[in-house]
Design a protein around this ligand. Structure first.
Ligand SMILES: CC(C)(COP(=O)(O)OP(=O)(O)OC[C@H]1O[C@@H](n2cnc3c(N)ncnc32)[C@H](O)[C@@H]1OP(=O)(O)O)[C@@H](O)C(=O)NCCC(=O)NCCS
Length: 214
């Protein structure tokens, strides 16, 4: 067996070669788990936002959170208590997100409580594997505190490391505050999808927005 030698024991020339070798051999780490998260950032009003990758252990809190925020605006694809996930189903979903190197589920917490969830969903089909679809919500008691923007910025940074080249999203045409947020993040308007929502007997169009990551 080869004797292990401490780096400090090598002479400077050998040490340099050793470092070059180590650099080449080291696998590229998955940024999801290793370098970018958890992340702690100051939000507005002196609050501290803790951003981390969601894990299967978060499933029940995420279901409660999602059922609640569904009732806080008319802009999600479900209303209050219409997020019909079971704990086992949600755990499986989170696990699948973790296993796909180009998908991400982020939770934003303040004082240990989830106040935001963001997903980037990608597929492994070669011709569209460079694209992820973004979805985000923030709990109403934290709107306008900078949480939504901080979550988006963190996910965009991750997406670049993950090798994604495009983020797409759909936003209801009358969701002006979300559209303002996406525009502020340099998303551009790419089109309209008619009759995307049917809420209380009324149709709403979706605006398609996209961000190229070059
Ligand atoms: C849209 C949403 C995610 C924004 O999150 P947020 O944490 O309140 O947003 P931020 O405080 O980070 O604000 C980011 C930007 O959004 C825009 N914005 C947010 N709230 C706004 C409001 N009430 N009026 C006008 N602009 C607003 C602004 O451009 C703001 O930037 P600024 O503070 O520099 O002016 C949040 O309102 C939400 O979850 N809404 C319900 C669900 C939803 O609409 N999700 C998006 C579906 S596509």
């Amino acid at each position: 067996m080869q004797k292990r030698v401490a780096l400090s024991e090598l002479n400077p020339a050998k040490r340099k070669n050793h470092l070059i070798l180590v650099k080449h051999l080291k696998p590229r780490q998955n940024p999801t788990m290793h370098s970018l998260f958890p992340k702690t950032i100051g939000a507005k009003q002196g609050q501290t936002l803790h951003i981390d990758v969601a894990t299967p252990e978060d499933a029940e809190e995420i279901i409660d959170y999602t059922n609640r925020v569904g009732g806080e605006s008319d802009f999600l694809t479900f209303g209050k208590d219409e997020f019909w996930a079971t704990p086992d189903g949600e755990r499986a979903f989170i696990r699948a997100m973790q296993e796909n190197p180009k998908s991400l589920m982020l939770k934003g917490s303040i004082h240990g409580k989830i106040v935001s969830i963001l997903t980037l969903n990608a597929t492994d089909r070669p011709r569209i594997a460079h694209v992820a679809e973004m979805g985000i919500s923030v709990s109403a008691d934290h709107w306008r505190s900078g949480v939504g923007r901080l979550m988006c910025v963190a996910s965009i940074e991750w997406a670049k490391y993950a090798g994604l080249r495009k983020i797409n999203l759909r936003v209801r045409e009358d969701n002006l505050r979300a559209i303002a947020m996406y525009e502020g993040l340099s998303f551009i308007h790419e089109g309209i999808s008619q009759r995307a929502y049917l809420v209380n007997g009324r149709y709403y169009a979706d605006r398609l927005m996209g961000l190229a990551l070059d």
